[in-house]
Design a protein around this ligand. Structure first.
Ligand code: PMP
Length: 427
C-alpha cells in the first residue's frame, strides 16, 4: 500500500487524514508517511521504507521501539486485564517511582494525556489559590484545553485572544501571554496582576518552539516573583520530564539555583513509555484540594490504566540504570555536533542545542530565545532539509518549531549515518 493512497483514503474519513494536526506535513508539504511498524530506533512506512526515527512518538519512546523489558511488562499486564476502573497496586508503584525521582512533589494524580494533566493542574492551581488569572508564554504548548489556546493580547493589561475557533474570548480572558525569556514583561505582569494570578505555567526547556531554554536569570526571577506573590509556579514537563535527565528539567535548574523547585509539575510522554499516560503533582497541601479529598473536581475512566502503568513503570526502571542518561546525552550531543559540522562544511548557517535525549537545530546564526526568533529562522531551508533527510531515510519532526528526540536504541552507527546523509543533503 502506498503512502499516497493511504493518505487519500484517510482524508475521506478523518479530517486532514490525521488524528493530530502536525502529522499531516502541512508545515513542510508532501505526503505523510503511514507507519506500519517500528523497531529499536527505526520506523517503517507502509511501503516498507525504513527511517531512523528522531521523533520517537514526539518524545515517549526514550528506549526506542519494542524494548524487550517494556514489551514483556505490557504483554503480561494485558493478559491480566485492560482496564478495571478500580485502583490497582501498579498505580501506587508508578506514583512512588515518579515521586522518588521528583522531590518537589508529595503526591501525583495519573491521567491519560498531557492535555488532561495540564488542564487539571491549572484547575487545581486556581482552586488552591482562589485566584483566576494564569500566565503562560508565547511558543509554549500545554495541550489543547480551551483556556490555554491563547495568543498574546495587545498589551499586558489586555488578556489573550483565542488561537482556535470555538474558544470564546470570555474563556481566555484570564490567560495572560508573555514573551518567553522576557524579564521586563514578567516584572510588569506581576506589577499589574500579582494578586489575581493563580499560577504561571512554563515549559522550562520549550520543545514546542524547537528547543529554547528558559535562561537562568529569567527562571530565578520567575521563582522569586511567584513565591513573593503566592502564585504557583507550574512546570510543564510533559516533554522534558525524564527526557532531559533523570531529575527532569527541574533537576537541572536546581543544580544552578540551590533549593529550586516548582510548585506543581505536569508529566506525560516518557512516564507512559508510549502508552496514554500523564500525571500532575505538587506538595500535599495543594494535592489534597483535589477530589475526593477536596473541592477541585477531576476524574477519568481510563486514568491509571493497568497496561499503561505497566509500560510506564518498565520504562522508568530502565532509564534509572547506571549510565543511562550519560550515554543518551552523549549520543544526542554527537548527533547535534555532527549536524552542525555538516552544515559548516556546506557553508550553511546552523545552530543547535541538546539536553539529555532532547535536541533542536535552527537554520540561523544564533540560538533563538523566544518564539518570534524561532519563527524568523530559515523555514524554506528547514523544509528542504527535512524532505532531503526523509528521502534519505531519516525522520526528523516535520516542522521547524518541534524538538527532536534520540533514544537509547540509537547506535553510534545510526548517528554517523544520519550525519553522512545530512552532509549530502546540505551540500
Ligand atoms: N505539554 C507539553 C509541553 C507538550 O509537549 C504536550 C504535547 N506535545 C502537551 C502538554 C500535551 O500533551 P498530549 O499531546 O499528550 O495531550
Amino acid at each position: 500500500m502506498s503512502n499516497e493512497s493511504l493518505f487519500e483514503r484517510a482524508q475521506k474519513v478523518i479530517p486532514g487524514g490525521v488524528n493530530s494536526p502536525v502529522r499531516a506535513f502541512r508545515a513542510v508539504g508532501g505526503t505523510p508517511r503511514f507507519i506500519s511498524r517500528a523497531h529499536g530506533p527505526y520506523i517503517f512506512d507502509a511501503e516498507g521504507k525504513r527511517y531512523v526515527d528522531y521523533i520517537g512518538s514526539w518524545g515517549p519512546m526514550i528506549l526506542g521501539h519494542g524494548h524487550p523489558a517494556v514489551l514483556e511488562a505490557v504483554q503480561k499486564a494485558a493478559v491480566d486485564g485492560f482496564s478495571f476502573g478500580a485502583p490497582t497496586e501498579r498505580e501506587i508503584e508508578l506514583a512512588e517511582e515518579i515521586l522518588k525521582l521528583v522531590p518537589s512533589m508529595d503526591m501525583v494524580r495519573l491521567v491519560s494525556s498531557g492535555t488532561e494533566a495540564a488542564m487539571s493542574a491549572l484547575r487545581l492551581a486556581r482552586g488552591a489559590t482562589g485566584r483566576n488569572k494564569i500566565v503562560k508564554f508565547e511558543g509554549c504548548y500545554h495541550g489543547h484545553a480551551d483556556s490555554l489556546l491563547v495568543k498574546a493580547g495587545s498589551g499586558l493589561a489586555t488578556f489573550g485572544n483565542p488561537t482556535s475557533a470555538g474558544v470564546p474570548a470570555e474563556v481566555v480572558q484570564h490567560t495572560l501571554v508573555l514573551e518567553y525569556n522576557n524579564l521586563d514583561q514578567l516584572e510588569e505582569a506581576f506589577k499589574l496582576h500579582a494578586k489575581d494570578t493563580a499560577c504561571v505555567v512554563i515549559e522550562p526547556i520549550a520543545g514546542n518552539m524547537n528547543f529554547v531554554r528558559a535562561a537562568l536569570p529569567f527562571m530565578k526571577r520567575l521563582r522569586e516573583l511567584c513565591t513573593q506573590h503566592g502564585s504557583l509556579l507550574v512546570f510543564d514537563e510533559v516533554m522534558t520530564g525524564f527526557r532531559v535527565g533523570l531529575r527532569s528539567a527541574q533537576g537541572l535548574y536546581a543544580k544552578d539555583l540551590p533549593g529550586f523547585e516548582p510548585d506543581m509539575s505536569v508529566f506525560g510522554k516518557v512516564i507512559g513509555g508510549g502508552m496514554p499516560l500523564a500525571a500532575f503533582g505538587a506538595k500535599r497541601a495543594v494535592m489534597e484540594k483535589l477530589a475526593p479529598l477536596g473541592p477541585v473536581y477531576q476524574a477519568g475512566t481510563l486514568s491509571g490504566n493497568p497496561v499503561a502503568t505497566a509500560c510506564g513503570l518498565a520504562t522508568l526502571r530502565e532509564i534509572q540504570k547506571p549510565g543511562f542518561f550519560e550515554a543518551l546525552s552523549e549520543r544526542t550531543r554527537s548527533l547535534v555536533s555532527g549536524l552542525l559540522g555538516a552544515a559548516k562544511e556546506a557553508g550553511v548557517p546552523m545552530v543547535g542545542d541538546s539536553e539529555g535525549g532532547m535536541f533542536g537545530f535552527f537554520f540561523a546564526d544564533t540560538l533563538a530565545q523566544n518564539y518570534g526568533q524561532v519563527m524568523a529562522t530559515d523555514k524554506e531551508r528547514f523544509n528542504r532539509f527535512f524532505h532531503g533527510m526523509l528521502d534519505a531515510g531519516v525522520y526528523f519532526a516535520p516542522a521547524l518549531y518541534e524538538a527532536g528526540f534520540v533514544s537509547s536504541a540509537h547506535t553510534a552507527d545510526d548517528i554517523a549515518a544520519t550525519v553522512e546523509s545530512a552532509r549530502n543533503v546540505l551540500r
